[in-house]
Design a protein around this ligand. Structure first.
Ligand code: SD4
Length: 309
C-alpha cells in the first residue's frame, strides 16, 4: 500500500539499486544518501553497458557520464560528460554540497572529481571497446527501443549472457513515510553518441524532477525526446494540477507522441513517477519498459509497464 517508505527505479537492475537505497534509509541515511547509494550499484557494475564503469563509449571511444541528484528542498547537483570516474552520482552530490553551482560539465567536471579525491579509472572495459569497434564498421545512427547498444547502434538489440535486453539509464525516486522525497539519475548516455552530446538524464526537469508536496518523476529512453519537452518537470506539473502519478506519465508520453509523430517511430521513452503519498506511475511509448518498486514488504519488478503502442 502507499503511505510507507518507498523506492522506485528504472529497468531490471533497479531491484538491486532499490535494495541498496532502502537499506541506506533503514540504516538511518537521508533520502539523498539513499538515492546516491542506489545509483552507485549499476555505476559500479561492468555488466551494465549504459551506466558508469563498463558503459558504452561515445563515437570517439570515450566513456562519458551524466548524472543528477536532487531533493524536494531545492538541493541539486549535476555533472555531464564526466570522464574517468566511476561514480558520477557522487560527483554530482559533491557539486551540490561543495560548490555554489548546480551543474559542472566536461573537463571541468572531471577536474573537479579529481580535486574531490575521486580515483581516476579507465571506464572502457574490453567488452564495451569491442562493441564500439563493431559499431565503427557501420557507424550507423539508428535508435532501437529498449537497447542501449541498438540505440544509435547496430541492428540487433544486444542481449546480456542471461538473455535480457541490455537496458538503459537508471532513474531512482525515494520517499520517506512523511512524504519527503529525493531522486537520482545516472547514465553513460546514448551508446556511440557524438562527443559532447548530453541527454536528458543530468538535466533537472528533463531526466529528473522532484517537488515538495507533489512528487517526483524520472525518465529513460531517447533523451532528446524528453529534453525537448522538459519531460520530468512536465509529469510533476501534471501531478501538481491534480492528476495521479499514472495519468501524469501517460499524459506526457502522449504529448511527445503527438508532437513528434513519425519522427519517434521505434524509439523508446519511459517515465516513472512517485507522488508524496507513495503512489506509483509508469508509462512508455513501446512495450518492454521494466521498473522496480521497493517497500517494507520487499521488491517487485514490473517487467512491462503499460505503453502507448
Ligand atoms: C540518454 N536517457 O542519455 C538517456 C539514456 C537512455 O536509452 O535512457 N538511453 O538519452
Amino acid at each position: 500500500p502507499a503511505g510507507d517508505v518507498r523506492v522506485l527505479s528504472t529497468w531490471d537492475f533497479g531491484a538491486a539499486a532499490n535494495d541498496a537505497a532502502f537499506a541506506r534509509l533503514r540504516a538511518g541515511g537521508t533520502l539523498l544518501d539513499a538515492v546516491e547509494a542506489g545509483a552507485r550499484v549499476p555505476e559500479a557494475d561492468p555488466e551494465n553497458h549504459s551506466v558508469g564503469y563498463g558503459g558504452y563509449p561515445d563515437r570517439d571511444g570515450h566513456v562519458t557520464l551524466d548524472a543528477v541528484i536532487m531533493d524536494d528542498a531545492g538541493a541539486v547537483g549535476a555533472v555531464a560528460a564526466l570522464e574517468e570516474t566511476v561514480h558520477a552520482i557522487s560527483v554530482a552530490r559533491r557539486v551540490m554540497e561543495k560548490t555554489p553551482h548546480t551543474f559542472l560539465v566536461g573537463e571541468g567536471a572531471t577536474r573537479f572529481a579529481r580535486e574531490q579525491g575521486f580515483e581516476k579509472v579507465d571506464l572502457l572495459t574490453p567488452p564495451a571497446e569491442q562493441a564500439w569497434r563493431e559499431w565503427l564498421k557501420t557507424a550507423k545512427y539508428q535508435p532501437v527501443a529498449n537497447s542501449e547498444t541498438g540505440t544509435y547502434g547496430t541492428a540487433a538489440p544486444h542481449r546480456t549472457p542471461g538473455g535480457a535486453l541490455d537496458h538503459d539509464t537508471i532513474g531512482l525516486l525515494a520517499r520517506t513515510a512523511d512524504g519527503r522525497m529525493a531522486g537520482a539519475c545516472t547514465t553513460s548516455g546514448m551508446a556511440f553518441k557524438i562527443r559532447g552530446r548530453v541527454g536528458d538524464s543530468p538535466q533537472v526537469g528533463a531526466g529528473l524532477y522532484v517537488e515538495r508536496g507533489v512528487g517526483g518523476a524520472t525518465s529513460t529512453g531517447v533523451g532528446e525526446e524528453v529534453t525537448r519537452v522538459a519531460g520530468s518537470a512536465r509529469v510533476v506539473a501534471s501531478m501538481r494540477a491534480g492528476r495521479s502519478a499514472q495519468v501524469a506519465c501517460e499524459e506526457v508520453v502522449r504529448h511527445i507522441a503527438a508532437l513528434r509523430g513519425d519522427a519517434i517511430k521505434g524509439m523508446q521513452v519511459g517515465f516513472l513517477a512517485l507522488d508524496t503519498k507513495g503512489n506509483v506511475g509508469a508509462f512508455c511509448l513501446l512495450p518492454g519498459f521494466t521498473y522496480a518498486v521497493t517497500d517494507a514488504r520487499g521488491t517487485t519488478t514490473v517487467h512491462s509497464a503499460p505503453s502507448l503502442y
